[in-house]
Design a protein around this ligand. Structure first.
Ligand SMILES: [Zn+2]
Length: 98
């Protein structure tokens, strides 16, 4: 059960990260299908290691790997929030289905 909940949390966090990136791209008139994720400050393309939800922010201590500029706390907060919502939706469905 705990492994399932952790996987659901991670899946929710990944969806939250993707949705957050989409909303940023829409607000800044970037293409939704072209281009890779980049630092908001120095525009450096981010590698896969920089894009792991929550973990990357924690490992980089909230700073860009390339320019050392601050990465907003909203990134891991949104990711964790959607992860928690995914777990809660699973648990509520599980409980309601009894
Ligand atoms: Zn940067």
């Amino acid at each position: 059960m705990i492994v399932r909940l952790l996987l659901l949390f991670w899946l929710g966090a990944a969806i939250g990260s993707f949705g957050h990136a989409l909303s940023w791209r829409l607000r800044h008139s970037y293409s939704l299908v072209k281009g890779r994720s980049m630092c908001e400050r120095c525009q450096h393309q981010l590698g896969a290691i920089d894009l792991v939800p929550i973990i990357s922010w924690l490992l980089l201590r909230g700073r860009c790997r390339y320019c050392r500029g601050a990465i907003a706390l909203r990134h891991p907060v949104v990711e964790a929030g959607v992860g928690v919502l995914a777990v809660l939706s699973y648990l509520s469905y599980h409980w309601l289905a009894r």
